[in-house]
Every structure is written in C-alpha cells, then in structure tokens.
Design a protein around this ligand. Structure first.
Ligand code: MG
Length: 248
C-alpha cells in the first residue's frame, strides 16, 4: 500500500488555481540546501541549485570585448582592469535570483560618479549601479544600487570603501510580443540585507542623460559587469533561474 499523502481532497478549489485548499496531490516544493553567508574575510557558499558564475578562481564563465575576459583574478576575487572593457557571462539568463558581492577601492579617489563606479547589467541592458556612495553624494538616480537614470535606491545602504557588500537581485525581465512590449521589467534589490528596491518597474534600457524606450529583445541575455575605469572588485557571483515565475 502506498503511504497516504498528508492533505485533503474534499476541499474547495483555490480561486485562480487548479489546486484544492491543502491539496494532498499538489507537488512538494523542490528541496534546495541553503548556502552560507559571506564574511568580510571569506566569501560564503551558494545554495545547492545555484549556477555559479564566479567562485573566486577564474573567469572561465566570462567573455570580454575581444573574446577573453581580461580582468584580474586574485585572492578569491576579480578586479576591473581599466580599459579591458566590461565583461559578460557566456551563459544567458531570463528571470532569476542573482547574488553579487562587490567592494569599492579602499584607496578613495574621485567623487560623485568618479568613485568606485561599475555596474551590474541584467541581460546586458539594465543597470543596477555599483558606486562608492559612502559619504559621496551624486545625483540620486545614479547612487549605489540605483536603477541607473531611473530610480534612486530607497535608502543609501553603503558600507565603507574596501568593505565587501552584497546585492541580492530578483529580476523579472520584460515581455515582448513581436516588437510590442507586453509587460515591463521589474526588480527587487537587497543591498547588505536592506531592501533598496521593491518590485520596481523599469521604464526601459539603461542610458545616460536620456530616456530610452524598450526595444524588443530575446527572453534571455548575459549578465554584464561594467568597466568604468575604477578598481572595483567582485566575488561570489551566482544565479538561480526562476522559470516558474508566470505560473507561481
Ligand atoms: Mg556604473
């Protein structure tokens, strides 16, 4: 005799779903073993089902402007090599959960947009700003964790230059039907454990001193890290695709 599953089959259907309340036949959530948190000294471990994009050892999952990603890798992190260009993942992603850690240069140099500037480009198009905004004012929609040129973060959650910081980003890409935008992109960003964007709607691709409308693109794209000429470091980068977003 198969073991009786816990739950019910004499309950009403949940409105908008195909399952009954406490449905015993509803599939169990998949098991994922959580990772461990990072410390200033050491990167943590990703959850068991994460796609690891950078584990501190090499840039084998990344490409650069002339093919190879030419950023420096040492001591478990990568560092921007100015003029080497932005780097992007070979793999392409759609909706998902992204974890990135970064550190602004500990030697403070420049101000406003000229201090510790880099960026996390979702799908290679939409930037979450990386900047050193610890006691460094800039235009608000260009602050650390800003959706650049569109939305300032809810708060300034920056750690000091040189300290490791975390972004946890939940990305829901735009939907197109042919050339037509059906639904804009949305994202949630948690910086250093603090919500800085909550399900924010993007107005279009990232640009500078301008507004740009959406232009249809594939449902997946690479993750890109920006070379803005500053010696920003990154470590512990991983992604968890959220394929079921529309059905959830
Ligand atoms: Mg930037």
């Amino acid at each position: 005799m198969p073991e009786e599953k816990p739950g019910y089959d004499d309950t009403p259907i949940i409105p908008g779903q195909t399952w009954k309340v406490h449905d015993k036949n509803r599939p169990q959530p998949r098991v994922v073993t959580p990772g461990t948190a990072s410390t200033q000294d050491k990167a943590g471990a990703p959850p068991s089902d994460a796609i690891v994009l950078f584990d501190g050892k090499d840039l084998s999952k990344w490409t650069g402007k002339d093919g190879k990603a030419e950023w420096k890798v040492e001591n478990g992190y990568m560092e921007v090599v100015p003029k080497a260009g932005s780097i992007r993942t070979k793999e392409q992603f759609g909706d998902g959960q992204l974890h990135v850690e970064f550190a602004a240069p500990s030697v403070v140099k420049g101000d406003s947009q000229g201090r510790g500037n880099s960026g996390v480009f979702l799908m290679g198009i939409y930037e979450v700003q990386v900047l050193d905004c610890y006691q460094n004012p800039t235009y608000p929609d260009g602050t650390t964790a800003a959706i650049y040129g569109q939305w300032p973060p809810l708060v300034n959650a920056c750690r000091k230059p040189g300290e490791w910081q975390t972004y946890d980003i939940i990305w829901v890409g735009p939907r197109f039907e042919g050339e037509k935008l059906i639904r804009p992109a949305h994202l949630t960003v948690i910086q250093n454990g603090i919500v800085v964007h909550h399900d924010k709607m993007l107005i279009g691709p990232t640009t500078h001193r301008a507004v740009q409308p959406y232009k249809a693109h594939p449902p997946v794209g690479p993750l890109e890290l920006q070379d803005h000429g500053d010696l920003v470091r990154f470590r512990n980068i991983w992604y968890r695709p959220l394929k079921d977003y529309d059905e959830a």
